[in-house]
Ligand binder design. Sequence first.
Ligand SMILES: [Zn+2]
Length: 467
Amino acid sequence: MQIVSRTRDLGLAALLAILAAPVSAQATQASRTASLLTELIRANTSNPPGNERRIAEILAPKFKALGFDVQIVQTPDSGKAHFIARLKGDGSKRPVLLAAHADVVGVEREKWTLDPFAGEMKGDHVFGRGAIDFKGGMAVFARAVMMLAENHVPLARDVIFVAEADEEGGTYNTSWLAREHWADMDAEFALNEGGWIMTHDDGRVRYVSISTADKSSIALTLTARGTSTHSSMPRPDNAIFALSRAMAKLSAYETPLIVTPETKQFFTALAKTSTPPMSGYYRDLVGADAAKARKADSVVGRDPLLHALVRNTIAPVIIQGGFRNNVIPGSATATVNLRMIPGSDPAAFVEELRRVVADSTIELKLPATLNRPSAPSSQETELYRALVREAHTEFPSAEITPYLFQAGTDAGAWRSRGVPVYGIYPYPIDADELTRMHGNDEKVSVKALEQGTAMIYRTLISVAGKK
Ligand SMILES: [Zn+2]
């Protein structure tokens, strides 16, 4: 039984008694989400190599015992498997799906103050790699789905839970799964990771952002060519100098402001929960006055995340050229990671960069297969509306807003097939906790996990429960 779902039936005195109980006792008695999370963290699924099959093996018996149809989908890599569990509805509506990646990024173990794979509970937090990204979310999604079965909620649609491999990199991700097993993961709409439930410093929830689109990632290569010769007789056509000039021009170039309807809503929500002068800058950034928007951009853009939300970005990531001291190489190559806003055309963006480089001897080349950004998912679906409603119920003081996720997720497998996906890290976190994601001493609070579980559970009842 979840503490939060029970609080409505409890008297105030009983509720206060629970809140006053030592947190560790509260956690062990009440938080099945936190205890599932500790179990998931203990299976080290740092990718590479991933070994996501271990997560499938932890989850399979738990879901099976509750009457789910359970599948472990083996990939050609023996350590990697996807997990799919389906709770049957009466079929009158199409399924709702919840997806969570089972892999995590690796750790710099010496920088952690505790074992990243022990799933330690300290104070009112669960610590460990994946606590936020995304084993915490997996625990919340899994518990919310399991509660439907435990509480025998009559369902109008199937509820599908997917724990997936290779989200943090690799071949056998959800795109592979969708090619091989689409029938098992087809749905009317889905939840995934993405937006944030951000708190103020005092712990109150400031805003809930639900991502309706992800930026797409493209590897552009720039190649400069020159005469390969002895380094004692340099020539003007030096490939490394030419590439360096091109890179210097790119580094000085700021891509234009692009405001989508979702980012406009996001910055408007941010403005409402901020104080001057920042609230004014957030409003100006997405307002009609271009001069004010530019000025606001120069201030707001100091935050790298907010800077990335309103433009296509350019980040050099690999540079190669030369192999020994006495040889001038015949070529030098840079890989530049481009992150694009939905609706942007990769070819047009490359043309823009070609004009900036302004050197016809430099070759700019896109990869043969392109990750085109999927269109944003609609805000007019039953799932989006239910999630907004339940976020309001759980966090009454918060602004709720759609969001363009600054990075990529596995949502593309669904969005590119027309299935709307809504992204959320389903627990309140503060700026410090956000920094620890992919960093050190990653943690999430037990209370936050409980609030998230309650919110997602009620969302599912609203969307999948028989009326
Ligand atoms: Zn993630």
